[in-house]
Design a protein around this ligand. Structure first.
Ligand SMILES: Cc1cc2nc3c(=O)[nH]c(=O)nc-3n(C[C@H](O)[C@H](O)[C@H](O)COP(=O)(O)O)c2cc1C
Length: 200
């Protein structure tokens, strides 16, 4: 099978990592792949915060667990202390964290609400393409990665904590490192169920 296609078909999310530093060159390789993703109008309206410094990672992990604890308590969900502790540990144990931001102020300026909304969606879709490039590049370099939605739930807090301008919208967080697990191939939905050729 074609190597590129095989890479795409074999990629799986990795959630546990070896306690081993990731070489900066590998991170740069992944970032190059990220920056070459397609984007609407080729605007490349994005930023990436790379966190591989232990104390910065702890700062992020503390923030995430504090917010998660609060939201669990607010929703009356049991085991908040343990769950928040695990959320903290998960971030701390990922050797590298990437936070992907949509640079909202770089999107096309439009007059109507519908057009503004669509530009925002296209910016978001572009960021998702960037995220997928990161997952695939990580896999190609023998690393594992997990795309996490958590950044959405702590967006304003991330900006405040790390002095990031308000116009930057955190949309995705990606954990990276050497895999400590080897997930089995994934069962994907039957093509007949989700694909239509020529007519629905
Ligand atoms: C937008 C998005 C958000 C995700 N958020 C999380 C998350 O918060 N925690 C997590 O463990 N995995 C998260 N994932 C990973 C998915 O759970 C994973 O992609 C899915 O189970 C399919 O597995 P695979 O990536 O191995 O194919 C997320 C994936 C996407 C695309």
């Amino acid at each position: 099978m074609d190597e590129g296609l095989a890479l795409i078909l074999q990629r799986r999310t990795i959630r546990r990592f070896e306690a081993k530093k990731v070489d900066r060159n590998k991170i740069i390789g992944i970032l190059k792949a990220a920056l070459s993703a397609p984007s609407a109008h080729n605007l490349q309206a994005w930023r990436i915060l790379v966190i591989d410094d232990a104390s910065k990672k702890e700062q992020l992990a503390d923030l995430a667990s504090k917010l998660y604890y609060k939201s669990l308590i607010a929703r009356n969900i049991a085991g908040a202390t343990v769950k928040a502790g695990k959320a903290r540990e998960r971030i701390v144990s990922a050797p590298v964290i990437l936070i992907l931001f949509l640079a909202r102020d770089e999107l096309r300026k439009e007059a109507s609400w519908r057009r503004i909304r669509n530009e925002w969606i296209m910016g978001t879709q572009s960021l998702a393409a960037m995220a997928q490039n990161i997952l695939l590049a990580a896999s190609a370099l023998g690393l594992g990665a997990c795309w996490r939605g958590v950044a959405l739930f702590m967006a304003n807090h991330i900006n405040r904590e790390f002095n990031i301008p308000h116009s930057m919208e955190p949309q995705a967080l990606i954990e990276l490192g050497y895999p400590m697990q080897k997930p089995k191939p994934k069962k994907v939905r039957d093509m007949k169920e989700v694909v239509h050729f020529n007519e629905w």
